[in-house]
Design a protein around this ligand. Structure first.
Ligand code: DON
Length: 307
């Protein structure tokens, strides 16, 4: 097995030098201001060792990666009844697509595309004011990362609210089928704020440890979810975590992963490591271009593909 530090620094050096960095997202105006030259990578091993490279301690907008944490919370709140309102199949469509919602009567394909995550936000909102639900999500992520400095970037949330016309359309469309219990404005208030959580690669990799360790945080000893639920969340990340790029990510990288349009990816190799990479430029499917290339190289060098 090669030395992990050497692999990590080789990958970080190669990524820093590459010119083909993809395009930073612009449909959320605040995210269009991020420097495309950024690159960070953290690997949190299940044995407690943590390795970092590049801009691993700079906070970025985790966007859709937050959907892993909200799904975990919603399953804790209502258990498997969630699956009456959200499916578990890859969509094969962009993350903000509306076409399947008409054909499938307002039930989104999975919890990681936007409509699926909006339903999950609706579940977390039940019985609360939006600010309480947002606070609960943030505290959960802080607990997972074991770090109270994880924060919500309110400028990103406001930027998304001001321009999130598609998400309003998706939410109202699902409401017309009876699959949203609250007004779109309220549910999306929760959704926009959890997408605007800002974390560093180090914090994100640490927050993902429970998925690599049978549902338990190995540093704190806290049980977060059952081993069965951790396996299932990993399965959903593998099959649906990169939207219509999920098959390609499984083919090339071969680990569970969840991406966000901020350019982050959370990767999990059960029993081995949780890792986070950040490079803001995206590929055509809206996934970090260099982030997925870096994880491909890492998985190959360390023989971490789960297949
Ligand atoms: O709702 C949106 O469009 C964003 N808040 C999240 C999208 C996202 O991260 C999808 N990622 N690839």
């Amino acid at each position: 097995m090669p030395e992990i530090e050497a692999v990590l620094s080789d990958i970080a050096a190669e990524m820093a030098a590459r010119a083909d960095r993809g395009d930073v997202v612009t449909y959320i105006p605040q995210l269009g201001k991020v420097d495309p030259r950024k690159f960070g990578l953290t690997i949190a091993m299940v044995d407690g060792r943590v390795f970092c490279a590049g801009d691993a301690d700079e906070a970025f907008s985790i966007q859709s990666i937050s959907k892993v944490f909200t799904l975990t919370l919603a399953l804790g709140k209502i258990g498997d009844s969630l699956w009456q309102r959200v499916g578990r199949e890859p969509s094969g469509n962009p993350f903000n697509s509306i076409v399947q919602l008409e054909q499938e009567r307002g039930i989104p394909r999975n919890p990681f595309i936007n409509p699926g995550a909006i339903v999950v936000s609706d579940v977390l909102l039940a019985g609360h004011q939006p600010r309480e639900a947002i606070g609960e999500i943030l505290r959960f992520v802080q607990f997972l990362a074991d770090d109270e400095t994880v924060f919500i970037d309110h400028e990103v949330a406001a930027s998304e609210r001001a321009t999130g016309f598609r998400n309003f359309a998706l939410a109202n469309y699902m409401r017309s089928f009876g699959n949203l219990e609250h007004a779109a404005e309220l549910t999306l208030g929760v959704y926009f704020h959890h997408c605007a959580i800002a974390m560093t690669c180090r914090q994100l990799a640490l927050a993902g440890r429970f998925l690599a360790c049978d549902g338990r945080n190995p540093a704190t000893g806290h049980s977060v979810v059952s081993a069965e639920r951790a396996r299932r969340i990993n399965a959903l990340m593998l099959t649906c975590g990169h939207y219509d790029g999920s098959g390609d990510f499984a083919f090339r990288v071969g680990i569970s992963g969840k991406s966000g349009v901020g350019g982050g990816i959370l990767g999990v190799v059960p029993g081995v490591a949780s890792m986070a990479v950040w490079s803001p430029g995206l590929n055509a499917a809206g996934n970090s271009r260099l982030g997925s290339i870096a994880l491909e190289k890492l998985a190959k060098a360390m023989n971490w593909s789960i297949f």
